[in-house]
Write a protein that binds this ligand. Structure first.
Ligand SMILES: Nc1ncnc2c1ncn2[C@@H]1O[C@H](COP(=O)(O)OP(=O)(O)OP(=O)(O)O)[C@@H](O)[C@H]1O
Ligand SMILES: [Mg+2]
Length: 522
């Protein structure tokens, strides 16, 4: 544990500054609720001293007892910190209110209850009923936090309503926050522990962050972002102020705004954009994830979409995620430089873990089968599903016969079928804008993964400017550039060779290139 220090911690400093704000002016002191809150806040400060005094008594105990105490004390300290944080929030809410409403009164009594429960726990000194006391304290802190979060939503809605009410006579529609509630975290998630830790660390900092999660279809962008949004530490910091918008069918900036405004219950006419931005600005900390942002970005409305993103990024209380198929980050945002590269493949260990959790059985050949899938989570998931009913040898044979058609659960959605997922990328606007990009991808699938960008023009004389098309494939995340060498994931390769075989002229070019090389060698 970190021993509660006798000097003012930053939490205590925050309480103290909130108290100064609250009690600023003689009038405030006459308000009984503010007076009450002040007393409670001073009690919380006192609890810090209690924790310190208990620690000082126990230091003289023998080392076993001391160790046990340290463990227990860690939990106590965490609860105390939460209490200090929530106390500051109550004081700040109160300082901004002229007329104390019912919800705030309830928050004050909820705070009082939380202080009582945390104090009882701190003074229990390892009694048998301690687990129960921890539970009670957690419950009352959770109750308080929930009240405050609900209140923040209401305050924000009220202030936005007032702000925009003159702009339109139309009444606001009811909020449907469930539409932008983050989905639950994936039941199975392996191999990205370091990345999750890095992003969670970024989110826990005081300053906000802007994180692009890029990569191929099915590489796990949504799984990663939902894992992060459901992380307990993140939930603790952001409470209910976490919004997740699927942009899958939103192809313009105004479609994004309307979707957000309608889910938040803000007006939907010309003032909607300002209303959404104000709403987001009204939180101390707020998190917005725009999933499948490529649909909006890779559209005719790209300039407007980027301008909207810039506006979101300028909200200082907002931490922003976008997940996008592709490798290019939208312009206009100062993206965090900790996470810039597109998501890579899963390691063979993570792939095996996934397999075991889904198929529930394995044999010695399973690694060979998984290597064919090149660490693409969507492909691994779909293959492991088949692994529930087929042996590894049967799967090898079926994959050989059917190729990527095997990797489907029969439904026509990109999350159920690898082929549909790949087709979606092939049909993206980026790919459609360069007709030859798909042709180049087919030809690329015949080449070794070590081919460097500069070689393409020489290898494929029938396709002038092939280097340009390679860049398009990189942008669409259908190919990756690893230290100057262009490669594509095996499942994409299998799919292309089966569905869109290379053109004869390109096959002839490649054959001539390699035959020429062979002559040079001899
Ligand atoms: N690290 C992982 N461990 C286990 N399963 C994973 C992992 N990452 C993704 N998956 C699974 O793989 C499938 C595809 O993942 P996901 O939907 O996150 O991909 P995506 O990159 O968001 O795809 P798209 O570009 O189509 O939106 C899902 O079933 C998901 O649960
Ligand atoms: Mg996704």
């Amino acid at each position: 544990m970190s021993v509660p220090s006798s000097g003012p911690t930053s939490a205590l400093a925050k309480i103290s500054s909130a108290l100064t704000k609250l009690t600023d002016g003689a009038k405030a002191l006459r308000n009984p609720f503010k007076k009450k809150a002040e007393e409670i806040a001073l009690r919380v400060t006192g609890l810090h001293e209690v924790a310190l005094a208990i620690f000082a008594c126990v230091v003289v105990l023998n080392s076993d007892v001391f160790q046990e105490f340290r463990e227990r004390d860690k939990e106590h300290q965490e609860l105390l910190e939460m209490l200090e944080f929530l106390t500051t929030r109550v004081l700040n809410e109160l300082a901004g209110e002229k007329n104390i409403n019912n919800a705030t009164r309830e928050a004050i009594s909820s705070l009082q209850q939380a202080v009582d429960d945390v104090e009882t726990l701190l003074r229990s000194q390892g009694e048998e009923s301690e687990t129960k006391l921890v539970h009670i304290a957690r419950n009352s802190l959770g109750d308080l936090r929930q009240r405050l979060d609900q209140q923040s939503h209401r305050f924000a809605l009220v202030s936005v309503t007032q702000l925009t009410k003159d702009a339109s006579a139309r009444p606001n529609i009811p909020a449907d926050l469930n539409r932008i509630k983050p989905p639950p975290k994936p039941a199975i998630f392996y191999g990205r522990e370091d990345l999750v830790q890095t992003i969670v660390d970024l989110l826990l900092k005081d300053e906000t962050c802007r994180v692009p999660l890029l990569g191929a279809g099915g590489i796990g962008k949504t799984a990663l972002v939902t894992t992060i949004l459901n992380d307990e530490r993140v939930k603790n910091k952001f409470g209910q102020n976490v919004f997740f918008l699927s942009c899958e069918s939103l192809i313009s900036a105004s479609a994004i705004i309307l979707a957000l405004a309608s889910a938040l219950g803000l007006q939907q006419d010309g003032g909607a954009r300002q209303a959404v931005i104000h709403y987001l600005s009204s939180f101390k900390y707020v998190l917005l994830a725009l999933d499948n942002f490529e649909t909006a970005w890779d559209s005719d409305d790209r300039t407007e979409v980027e301008a909207l993103l810039t506006e979101f990024a300028a909200v200082s209380s907002l931490s922003l995620f976008v997940t996008m198929r592709g490798a290019l980050r939208p312009a206009g945002v100062d993206w965090t430089d900790r996470i810039l590269n597109p998501l890579g493949s899963l390691s063979i260990d993570a792939a095996r873990d996934m397999w075991m959790r889904i198929a529930k059985k394995a044999d010695s050949k399973v690694d060979d089968l998984l290597r064919l899938l090149d660490g693409l989570p969507l492909a691994i998931m779909l293959m492991a599903q088949q692994g529930q009913v087929l042996s590894t040898m049967e799967l090898f044979k079926s994959y050989n016969d059917e190729r990527t058609a095997l990797l489907s659960r029969g439904n026509a959605s990109r999350l159920e079928s690898l082929e549909i997922s790949i087709e979606l990328s092939l049909n993206s606007r980026t790919m459609q804008a360069e007709r030859n990009a798909r042709r180049l991808l087919s030809a690329l699938c015949l080449l070794p993964n070590e081919t460097s960008l500069s070689q393409f023009d020489r290898m494929l004389p029938s396709m002038p400017h092939s280097g340009r098309y390679v860049r398009v494939l990189l942008h669409a995340a259908l190919a990756v550039n690893k230290a100057g060498k262009i490669s594509t994931l095996s499942p994409i390769r299998e799919f292309m060779l089966q569905k869109y075989p290379p053109e004869d002229a390109d096959v002839a070019d490649i054959r001539a290139h390699f035959t020429g090389l062979a002559h040079l060698v001899h």
